[in-house]
Every structure is written in C-alpha cells, then in structure tokens.
Ligand binder design. Structure first.
Ligand code: PNS
Length: 163
C-alpha cells in the first residue's frame, strides 16, 4: 500500500490544497493530510479547527485521512508507515523553500522521498495568506475557497475585527 503524507499549515485550506489531494489519490493508495500543530507561524485557525475543517472537506473520501502532527515530519511519516511526503508547487517562488525542505528531510531519513505535484494552473496564485488578506480587506474570494472554509474564515476574521 502506497501511503503519502501531505503536510502543511492549511490555515485555511484552499481549493489549491483540495485539488492536490484529489489528484494525489489517483497516484497513492492513501493520503494523510497532516496539519502541523507546533508551527512557529501565527495562525488564524487553531490546529483543532484546521483538522476539523479538513475532515469535513474530505469526509466522502475514504482514502484520505486527516490528522494533526507535532515534532519532526519524518518521524510522523515513519509512524504512519508512509513512504512519501507530498507537497504542491505553485510557481518557481515555492521552489527554493521546497527544495531545502526536501533535502533536509532526505538527510534526516534517506528512505523518505518528497513528491511534488504542480498545482493546477487556475489555482497557481492562491495562497492561504493572500486569501486571508483579501478577506481582511473585504475583497471578493468567491471560487478561491470551498464554501464552508470561506464562511468560517469570514466569521473568524470579522469577529476579531469587531473586538
Ligand atoms: O504549509 P506550510 O506552512 O508551508 O508547511 C510547512 C511544514 C508544516 C510542512 C513544515 O514546516 C514542516 O514539515 N514542519 C515540521 C517540522 C519539521 O520536520 N522540520 C524539519 C523539516 S523542514
């Protein structure tokens, strides 16, 4: 059984992430969407909220599991008996960071490979941080986020603003 771990912050998940998961289950038998819970990044949603949102998004995909992880990614990959780390690539700007991360993970465990999937061109400019900025400035985000994510993001950002 070929298992891939798709790690990330997913703060929040966008259609770009959904597209990668949907295409990756054509390649792997099982994909574990793994939310980093101890990231140093300031996040809008708590790790539990992000796991819950992702579980709702993929509830009809029996081959997609959603989980949270902390500590080293390679340790989590081993624990889940996965053989690959899956990452999406949007533009060349992603490349340098992704290349560094892939090499660092390979150095930590040479049996684990990172597999990159190019994001569908129509999602190439979607990033969670750009979308959050658009919501904060009351711009239009239709078509960028699944409706349940859009609704929760607006609620979260506008309730913070109102404080
Ligand atoms: O969506 P992001 O923020 O680009 O995801 C980055 C993530 C969570 C995949 C990365 O920070 C990570 O793997 N963190 C776990 C800690 C770790 O293993 N670090 C060493 C390898 S870079």
């Amino acid at each position: 059984m070929k298992i891939a771990v798709y790690p990330g912050s997913f703060d929040p998940p966008t259609y770009g992430h959904v597209n990668i998961v949907e295409r990756s289950i054509q390649v792997f038998d099982k994909v574990i969407v793994a939310v980093a819970t101890n990231s140093s990044k300031q996040t809008t949603f708590t790790p539990q909220e992000r796991v819950e949102i992702l579980r709702t998004l993929f509830e009809k995909e029996p081959r997609v599991e959603v989980d949270g992880f902390e500590g080293l990614l390679v340790d989590y990959v081993k624990k889940k008996k996965a053989t690959a780390i899956l990452r999406g690539l949007r533009t060349v700007y992603d490349f340098e960071f992704e290349f560094q991360m892939a090499l660092a993970n390979k150095k930590l465990d040479e049996r684990i490979d990172t597999v990159f999937m190019m994001t569908d061109a129509k999602y190439a400019f979607y990033s969670s941080s750009i979308i959050k900025e658009i919501v904060r400035l009351a711009g239009e985000t239709r078509g960028m986020l699944p409706p349940i994510v859009e609704e929760r993001l607006k609620k979260k950002i506008y309730s913070k603003k109102g404080r």
